[in-house]
Write a protein that binds this ligand. Sequence first.
Ligand SMILES: [Zn+2]
Length: 433
Amino acid sequence: MNKLLIRGATILTMEGPDAIIDTGEILIEDGWITHVGLPGSASGSFDMDEVIEADGQVAMPGFINCHTHAAMTLLRGYADDLPLMKWLSEKIWPFEGRMTGEDIYWGTMLACLEMIKSGTTCFGDMYDHMHDVARAVENTGMRAMLSRGMIGVLPTGEKALADAEELAKNWNGKADGRITVMLGPHAPYTCPPEYLDKVMNLAAKFKLGINIHVAETLAEVEEIKKQYGKTPVQHLDSLGLFKFPVLAAHCVHLDEQDMEILAQKAMGIAYNPQSNMKLASGIAPVARLLELGATVGIGTDGTASNNNLDMLEELRTGSYLQKVSTMNPEVIPAYRALQMATIDGALCMGLGDRVGLIKEGMRADIILIDTTEPHMCPRHNLVANIAYAANASDVRTVIIDGKVVMLDRVVLTIDEERVMYEVRERAERLAGK
Ligand SMILES: [Zn+2]
């Protein structure tokens, strides 16, 4: 049995706003959190394989990015400040059309490197060549929910379904259980009802959830209303999609009935504030969704529309955007924002029984954040300091599934220089330089 002890840290368990242990210790055995408590309380703490001294640091659950397209790091800064359809059709899609599985592997490696260095331990992905994405997840030690993006209106729609089935067969539950699989029909406007039927058949056959973009832009809502006489959410509901566990990304343009459907029937909603702001898509009505009882996690979306994978930045923007759009400073307070970026993100991806909290019986996905820098001083409120003042670079150490993947800012599972070299070379080729 492998035993790892973290001691000296202030523990923000995320089991409640006051569930904070000052100078506590966390015992991890074979990847499981087996004890959380005061110093010296871990039984048998004398025969550890590894001890991390974490004085001056906060231990909290790793961030969970519940919506991204990791390999899009290759496109970071390639096309910005354009309208969505022009951005997609003239820049993003042609570039993506040139990408190989190897390109996607290295793009995902860079994303994992960036995520680990900013405290993200788990992410939800939708892309192509998912076997290569899965290899990157396996090699970096990250946790991920993977879905093959499927566009029913393209000639490749049938192949995408076959790929999704392969992904489920080959990777669901693999990498020591760190990889889970969902199905990824891209959106209601790219996947007609007959295609979504096939997706639902596959979901039933393999007991999989469904990860889909919904109501991202006004143009989408108008298009779906014109075609089917319903909003995107009500259209999907009438097709029976919500009989499955659904993670709905964006959900920017909703009416009250849409919000009730999502609150009652969706497994979760991925809120992507920065991407929605940058593409001028709009502001998701998250404060209202939360009032109705919806489960909302936070996603960065891909780095072509963000342009980074920094969850601290994202949760802060997500909170502030709700405050200013509702003219109410009380919505999404600091603790709520951290919840959305941890346990609620886990619930959105069907992982709430294993990660998102520092609690006995959970897998150990834990980050240590330095609190000794000037911008973290004084400590009137630890939760506010983390949600509103911390930087990605304050994350010192990252543990995923009980394994130390970054120790004191050194990533142990990835050759950083090699990854950045590969991505620079490949990005140049793909851009046609
Ligand atoms: Zn997306």
